[in-house]
Design a binder for this molecule. Structure first.
Ligand SMILES: [Zn+2]
Length: 300
């Protein structure tokens, strides 16, 4: 059975044609062209599936996508203006209608968590996953299953309040966690304190012991672990996984998070807790989409 795997991100649509074991027969990516709106993105997705179906018969379509997803209906419950018109988009129904095969749709952060669960050599099946990028995405995995919440929107960790009446957020509120602890927030903090420089240059300074850079880094880590503290105290997880491009910083980041977080949480929570960086690369979302397709009861 060949399944078309599609990961719709703000910048690129990544795709693969895979068997049920997750062996990719082909894979690639193309620009999402999100700025053109949901209908144009849908046309791009259909074009990718069309070209895959010229090479092999496709028995199903598994979608990982930005935005909050109702996994039962496959509708986009809410998406930011990153893809205009995406909120309310009936992605599953439209793909099913066009390609006449089972379709699953799941949020990309949840897919990343499931991809790691399936292919990431994990020794825990209960964990919180954070994806740190422009914002902070979250996935809550309990006993190997994503906790979806009442409308499929659970895990919007980035919009916990960190600072009351703080910086304005694109969700319409202010003081949200991701305004302080995302990679984008770090970039702004770097520029404010040190002037224009890339994240790479910044981390070189941190590694060389530059006092100003270290101060910015430890402030940002403090914001990050302030939110983690609440999450850990709510769920008492055995594992917190951190993903996103920032994980390129490796042990420097992992150690800093561990050192800061463990000072803030109660010992009974700290003892069983592991905090790790996600080791799987870009394909985690595609694997997770496939995992969800196979596990969820797709209506044929
Ligand atoms: Zn917000």
């Amino acid at each position: 059975m060949n399944i078309a795997l599609i990961d719709i991100g703000g910048t690129n649509i990544k795709y693969a044609l895979s068997d049920e074991e997750g062996t990719f027969i082909l894979q690639g990516k193309q620009p999402t062209e999100a700025f053109k709106g949901a209908d144009a993105v849908y046309v791009n997705v259909c074009g990718i599936i069309d070209s895959m179906s010229e090479k092999a018969h496709i028995s199903g379509i598994a979608i990982s996508t930005a935005g909050q997803v109702d996994v039962k209906t496959g509708n986009i419950v809410y998406a930011t203006d990153g893809i205009p018109g995406y909120t309310g988009f009936a992605l599953k129904d439209r793909l099913k209608g066009r390609f006449k095969c089972p379709v699953s749709v799941e949020n990309d952060v949840n897919c990343s968590a499931l991809g790691n669960l399936w292919k990431g050599n994990m020794d825990e099946d209960t964990f919180i996953a954070l994806t740190i990028g422009t914002g902070i995405g979250g996935a809550i995995v309990l006993d190997g299953r994503i906790f979806h919440g009442a409308s499929g929107s659970a895990g919007e960790i980035g919009h916990m309040t960190l600072i009351k009446d703080g910086l304005p957020c694109n969700c319409g509120d202010s003081g949200c966690y991701e305004r302080y602890a995302s990679a984008q927030a770090l970039e702004k903090q770097i520029i404010a304190a040190l002037g224009d420089m890339s994240t790479k240059q910044f981390f070189n300074k941190v590694r060389s012991g530059d006092t100003k850079a270290l101060a910015v880094f430890s402030q940002w880590i403090d914001f990050l672990t302030e939110g983690l503290k609440s999450l850990v105290h709510i769920l008492n997880p055995p594992l917190v996984m951190i993903g996103g491009g920032i994980t390129a910083q490796g042990a420097l980041l992992e150690d800093a998070i561990n050192d800061s977080l463990r000072k803030k949480i109660m010992k009974s929570f700290s003892k069983p807790l592991k905090v790790k960086l996600m080791t799987m690369g870009n394909d985690a979302n595609l694997y997770g989409a496939l995992y969800w397709f196979l596990k969820s009861e797709c209506d044929y």
